[in-house]
Each structure stands twice: as structure tokens, then as C-alpha cells.
Design a protein around this ligand. Structure first.
Ligand code: AQP
Length: 326
């Protein structure tokens, strides 16, 4: 059976982008792959997080995974910081990663321009992400397109390491959904929908109330035409809504164009709001049940135990390959 892994940073309230780009894919894949899902809390601290809020967010993300239909009997769920070997392997990989390659990461360029006095972790975090992936010898990493460059870096690190020190890591590949690869901000469809966005009007949070979701979708930026047609370049707003609609309803883009031929943007937006609300409301109800359940702690304890054992083995192998032994 092939293996997959994905993680989400508990850096704020999860968005529809996180759901469509990452979680929803994992719900579909969990039956066919050996699956790991983690809470990337050590990635989150690459920018300042209020400790109390971060502590709550970590649990909330786990509860959301479960509420979305991630089945702990099929998926190993764990918190990154509860497994000490990720950071250990990361350090060793840091020492085989050229500075120049790291400085080409577009997410670093983007985030460092927004955070004055950004910390060193923001620069080196793609290497921690490489460790997260390479430790588990995964075949695929289901992600949104924004993370593709980081998985490519992980591949490069693994290939370079294997060549220099002997076969140690499996080379991972990405899995990117066609319509969910990059959900855009509803107010500014030139940028990605992000949890850390300052203007909440363009961002659907997974736990938003029904009326809030509807309002955000109905006031999404579109264009001056009134044709529901997929055209990322000239009609980014409407194309984004079509991607959301397709991911949430299962209709493909051509079906949507046919269904809404001759209809106006208002009718289309109402449909999009309906399908998004239908799915997110069900998730929200289950989320509240999971949040305070002791089952959640048991799942995390099991996850920490299982993944720490696996990671320790890889850590010892990497250490040995590098000559770090008595
Ligand atoms: N808008 C998006 N469309 C599709 N996929 C997305 N992902 C995030 N936003 C979108 C995917 O969700 C997974 C987890 O992402 P993350 O939380 O680890 O980091 P991120 O990509 O930096 O997400 P955010 O929401 O933009 O967080 P902040 O604002 O804290 O930086 C990844 O697979 C990602 O591709």
C-alpha cells in the first residue's frame, strides 16, 4: 500500500482553502493509502503566535480533521511537536541544503516581506517540512499548489542525500486536486485565501456561521460581464467560485457552465453558497462534539507513540549515514 502525509499549521482558523486543498483530499484518500496527518505546530511558530491561542488552535485543528471525516482507525493523527525526531532530522537535513536553494522559496520571500524582523525559522522551515515528509518514506503529499515548491525542495534534499550518503529516503511526489489547487480570496482573487489574511471578508472560515458564509459568497468580487464561464486570467473571481462549487458539489467545470448558461451571477452565487453551507454546517456540528471528547486525546497519544517509533528509526539511520555515531 502506498503512503501519504499532510499537515496543517494551527496558525489561525482554518479556511475553505485548507479544507478543499488539503483535508477533503485526505478524506478521499484514507481508504486507499496508508495515511498520516499531523498538526504542524512547529511550523506555526515561524511567525509570532499568541501561546494561549496556539494551544487552543492545535486541539481545534484535530477536532476539525475528525469532524471532516478523517477516520482515526485508518489515519495516524499526531502533533508535530510531540515527536522530537522531526526537529532532529531537520537539523541534519539543514546541513546538506544549500542556502541558495532555500532562498528561492517564494513563500519565504512573500512572508518575510510582510514580517519585519522575521526569524530564522521562517527561512529554514521548508527543511523541517522536508523532514516531516521524508521520515515516513511517503509516496505522495496531498497539498495545495502553494506548497508544491516545498515538496520539490524535499525531493531535491532526498535525492542529494541518497547520492552522497547512500539510499536513505524515498522520493515523494505531490498530489494536487485539479479544482482545489488554489482557492482564492473572495475579495481579491489575485491572492490565495489564507488564514492569516487581515480582511476576513474574503476568507471563508470553516467554522463561520451560515449567514456569514452566504454574505461572503454573495459579495465575492466578480467582473462586469454576466457569463458563468471558466477563464482564470480574465474572470478570476467567477473562476474561483466555479472551483469552489466544483470541489464542494462534485460537478465538473463544464457541467457548471451548462447548468448556469443564461443565468446571472446572483443565481450562481446562491447555488455556491448553498453547497458550501450544506457541507460546512455538518462539519461544524460534529466539530463541537469532538472538541471536548477524551477520544481526541487518546487518538493523539496513539499517534505520538506510533510516529515517534517510526521517526526514531529514520533519525538513527540518518545519523549513522552522516557518521554521527561512536
Ligand atoms: N487557498 C488555498 N487553496 C488550496 N489549498 C490551500 N492550502 C492552504 N490554503 C489553500 C493548503 O492547506 C494545507 C495546509 O496549509 P498550511 O496551514 O500549512 O499553510 P499555508 O499554505 O500557509 O496556509 P494558509 O491558510 O495560507 O496559512 P497562513 O496564513 O498561516 O500562512 C497545505 O496543503 C496548503 O497547500
Amino acid at each position: 500500500m502506498e503512503t501519504i502525509i499532510t499537515g496543517i499549521q494551527p496558525s489561525g482558523n482554518l479556511t475553505l482553502g485548507n479544507y478543499i486543498g488539503a483535508i477533503k483530499q485526505m478524506v478521499n484518500y484514507q481508504n486507499d493509502y496508508k495515511t498520516y496527518m499531523f498538526i504542524a505546530d512547529m511550523h506555526a511558530i515561524t511567525v509570532y503566535q499568541d501561546p494561549e491561542r496556539l494551544h487552543k488552535n492545535i486541539r481545534e485543528v484535530v477536532a476539525l480533521y475528525l469532524a471532516c471525516g478523517i477516520d482515526p482507525k485508518k489515519v495516524t493523527i499526531f502533533i508535530q511537536s510531540e515527536n522530537p525526531y522531526h526537529a532532529n532530522v531537520s537539523w541534519m537535513l539543514e546541513c546538506v541544503t544549500p542556502h541558495g536553494e532555500l532562498s528561492r522559496m517564494t513563500q519565504f520571500k512573500d512572508k518575510s516581506s510582510k514580517h519585519l524582523n522575521f526569524n530564522a525559522g521562517l527561512f529554514t522551515y521548508p527543511i523541517l517540512m522536508a523532514a516531516d515528509i521524508l521520515i515516513y518514506d511517503v509516496d505522495y503529499v496531498p497539498i495545495g499548489i502553494d506548497q508544491k515548491q516545498h515538496v520539490e525542495l524535499a525531493r531535491n534534499i532526498a535525492e542529494r542525500f541518497n547520492k552522497k550518503y547512500g539510499e536513505t529516503f524515498k522520493i515523494p511526489d505531490v498530489k494536487i486536486s485539479k479544482t482545489g489547487k488554489k482557492i482564492l480570496d473572495l475579495q481579491d482573487p489575485t491572492k490565495k485565501m489564507s488564514k492569516s489574511e487581515n480582511n476576513p471578508k474574503g476568507v471563508i472560515y470553516m467554522l463561520d456561521d451560515e449567514d456569514v458564509i452566504r454574505k461572503k459568497i454573495m459579495s465575492a468580487t466578480t467582473d462586469s460581464e454576466c457569463e458563468i464561464k471558466y477563464d482564470e486570467e480574465n474572470k478570476p473571481g467567477i473562476s474561483n467560485l466555479m472551483n469552489i462549487c466544483s470541489s464542494m458539489s462534485g460537478l465538473d467545470i463544464l457541467d457548471i457552465e451548462k447548468k448556469f448558461k443564461g443565468k446571472n451571477y446572483g443565481e450562481f452565487k446562491t447555488f455556491v453558497a448553498d453547497v458550501v453551507i450544506k457541507e460546512l454546517i455538518k462539519i461544524k456540528e460534529k466539530y463541537l462534539e469532538y472538541l471536548n471528547s477524551p477520544e481526541l486525546d487518546k487518538i493523539l497519544e496513539d499517534g505520538a507513540k506510533i510516529t515517534t517509533e517510526i521517526a526514531k528509526k529514520k533519525y538513527l539511520l540518518v545519523k549513522e549515514r552522516l557518521g554521527l555515531y561512536r
